[in-house]
Design a protein around this ligand. Sequence first.
Ligand SMILES: O=P(O)(O)OC[C@H](O)CO
Length: 417
Amino acid sequence: QTQIDWWHAMGGELGELLEGVAEAFNESQDDFVVRPSFRGTYTETMTGAIAAFRANQQPHIVQVFEVGTGTMMAAEGAIYPIYQLMADFDVPFDPAAYLPAVVGYYADPNGNMLSFPFNSSTPIMYYNREVFEAAGLDPDTPPATWAEVEAASLAILESGAASCGFTTSWPSWVMLENFKAWHNQPLGTLANGFEGFETEFVFNTELLANHWDNLKAWADAGAFRWGGPGPGPDAFPAFYAGDCAMVFGSSASRAGVLRNADFEVGFGMQPYYDTVEGAPQNSIIGGATLWVLQGKSEAEYEGVARFFEFLSQPEVQAQWHQDTGYLPITLASWELTQEQGFYDENPGADISIQQMTLNEPTENSRGLRFGNFVQIRDIISEEMESVMSGAKTGQQAADDAVRRGNALLRDFEAALN
Ligand SMILES: O=P(O)(O)OC[C@H](O)CO
């Protein structure tokens, strides 16, 4: 049997579900064995795979989060584009079968898919229905605007039902990247980088600076709790413990929420400022895709193509979506999930899709494609932390994030030439 190594970044419930998918493939045929290997966080997995490639010890498949897309695309000699792989092994692969928001994110300018869309998410709101009730709030009506989030948080604090209104995981993804798309404002020029690596950040607007100042004021009042930089590791534990009544995070935190919350959970959309015309627009995807690395044998690549064919089946995709909260990535798996009555039986499980499809995406809400964005995200959460500590105003931090981010964009561009 030919072995296929798959490096991934999924621990906990998601890791177990991912291993189940590999096992199902292994049982479905006798020629290939996919061996998943957990490599830490998304950042660790990506940097580990790049280092391994240089040492000629790379896996066949590596799971890379969406913000690594620009960097992977530019690593031309190191990657085997999916559209080519599938064509080389005569595996039918039709990008039109996938959700447009997903195809647009991972395709080259000619519409060719470069990586295999495995787990796409979008941030949503989870809330503790029991705390809402105890605070005299309607658990069937989650706050829709930031003013409502503030009011609900203050009511929760005053009632003593919880000690914190809301927290967030992935602060840059939620409180900057999606925040901008949701309000139909650009993060960067050139259609958020989709039209070229000469892009520059322009997100330091009054709206964003005010929002970050609001987060600080809410933190001071106890309404908001900083959940930590990067993935925001403290956010969901604070939600599970009943400390924070609401948490913003990946739709795929659903698997963990269903397992770890011992209270009734409600699901809502991301909030918006109703002073902004056109908001809410649509949210953007996060999560990760599977990149195939160069340097392996033809027999092994055939196994990779067969594995992706297996993953493309509507039944496999639909099950993965339903188990994890990741988006149903193909239209067929979305339809199958509807036919199966899953959304009727699991209210809130389609909030992610409603958000993604709320409006026809604009240049500001298709997603983002920036080189070095993995490092730039660290800078952004560092700048946000300096607002939380009181060292900077929202405007200063946003200006500094743009300036430091732009320097890394220019480094990236220079390295390409
Ligand atoms: O937790 P995930 O897999 O939905 O990913 C969230 C962010 O998009 C990662 O960049």
